[in-house]
Design a protein around this ligand. Structure first.
Ligand SMILES: Nc1ncnc2c1ncn2[C@@H]1O[C@H](COP(=O)(O)OP(=O)(O)OP(=O)(O)O)[C@@H](O)[C@H]1O
Ligand SMILES: [Mg+2]
Length: 376
């Protein structure tokens, strides 16, 4: 029986990570050093159900004022083929299936050994938890977060409450259910407004940075209306944009080199924030620094916070934690992506490639983490 990270919920601080992406042997019991992916291939092959949510299968949107980035979390056939190819290269039999309401009878028919879950869900405040919940219900094995971890991490305020409980640094915040909610005295302008539970920079633009009460009310009203959910208002952290990814479970994790977004390639009228326009339409202008020039101490600290966030939110197999550094290079955790993008162009892929992995290595490492967790 494999212990899930969720079962390890303690207030203890995870072991110190080294700057080379691995835990130093001897720094903490149970910390393992992960071998390079090409020498770690498993001999056994499995029947793998590749579960996907394709943008072309999204239910029609019947709203005139729907924002243009509403479907950016969903996948394309090309990306799905790249995951399938990576899994087939390891000798697995791959069966691709949409993660929708018809998934249960399909699983009953094909009986996969494990599911490789990439489903973002088509809607709802816990959309990333929907497929894991169904998989739990039918008793299927799967990669990625449980319904609980997926729901917690998909909702940024819920994640931040947990981080706050553990004394971890995250920007001060308030959830606005209406544009007229009174602003807490602890929040000072400039503030940052974003949807409470979205991803891929949805609802994040220049106007997310608000400098006065009027701008705040307007942006909160727009966010609630456009995304049909509460608005999360945070202290604006003016500084560097950092993300840190890992694969593995518990203390047996591998960190990828930390990435910093280089905003210098974008049009000057865009503020240095990593919203959906930068992530999707202007993807071709994206430049990063990987590994980010952080120095050894800050690199260790970012990795320690990444791992602690991974553990306290109950994530499994892989994750990516996003940070902003303030003007003194102090890190603030913005969120954890329990089901981070794993497309050939995603942040996680680019950071894996920066240390010589291929996209296929990354996909297989995630599956391997799941297989190992199940003792397969
Ligand atoms: N409090 C903040 N202060 C400054 N910038 C912020 C803040 N919150 C978010 N941002 C900017 O917006 C970007 C996206 O924020 P966040 O990671 O919360 O959104 P997301 O849509 O969930 O992202 P992902 O694509 O990782 O799913 C950050 O990388 C950062 O540039
Ligand atoms: Mg993010």
């Amino acid at each position: 029986m494999v212990t899930s990270p969720r079962q390890q919920e303690t207030k203890s601080t995870p072991a110190k990570a080294t700057t080379n992406g691995r835990y130093a042997i001897g720094e903490s019991a149970g910390c393992a050093v992960r071998a390079a992916p090409n020498v770690q291939r498993r001999a056994r092959t499995y029947r793998v159900a590749l579960l996907v949510n394709l943008a072309r299968n999204a239910p029609p949107i019947h709203r005139d004022n729907a924002p243009p980035d509403l479907l950016v979390e969903l996948d394309t056939d090309k990306n799905v083929e790249s995951y399938a190819q990576a899994l087939r290269q390891a000798g697995h039999e791959v069966l691709i299936q949409e993660g929708n309401a018809y998934l249960a009878p399909w699983l009953d028919e094909v009986r996969p050994d494990i599911c490789f879950n990439t489903c973002e869900g088509f809607g709802g405040d816990s959309r990333e938890a929907q497929v894991p919940a169904l998989l739990e219900m039918v008793g299927a094995r799967y990669t990625g977060p449980t319904p609980l971890a997926a729901a917690i991490t998909h909702d940024k305020p819920t994640t931040k409450r947990i981080l706050h409980y553990y004394g971890m640094p995250t920007p001060h915040f308030q959830v606005f259910n209406t544009p007229d909610d009174p602003l807490r005295r602890t929040l000072h302008f400039p503030l940052f407004v974003k949807p409470a539970h979205e991803g891929t920079g949805m609802g994040i633009h220049n106007e997310s940075v608000v400098h006065n009460e009027r701008q705040l009310r307007d942006r909160v009203a727009w966010t609630i209306e456009a995304y049909q959910q509460p608005a999360l208002v945070e202290t604006y952290i003016a500084g560097r944009d950092i993300t840190c990814g890992l694969v593995g479970n518990g203390y047996d994790v591998h960190f990828f080199p930390i990435t910093e977004v280089d905003f210098s390639g974008y049009p000057p009228e865009l503020l240095p924030i990593y919203g959906s326009v930068q992530k999707v339409q202007l993807d071709h202008l994206y430049r990063n620094k990987c590994p980010a020039p952080l120095g050894e101490k800050l690199t260790r600290e970012i990795r320690r916070l990444t791992h602690q966030t991974f553990l306290v939110t109950g994530c499994r197999d892989f994750a990516r934690v996003d940070f902003r550094l303030d003007e003194h290079d102090r890190p603030f955790i913005l969120e954890i992506n329990a089901l981070p993008g794993i497309t050939p162009r995603s942040d996680l892929t680019l950071m894996a490639e920066a240390e010589g992995w291929t996209h296929g290595d990354l996909v297989r490492a995630v599956l391997d983490a799941g297989l190992k967790r199940y003792g397969m």
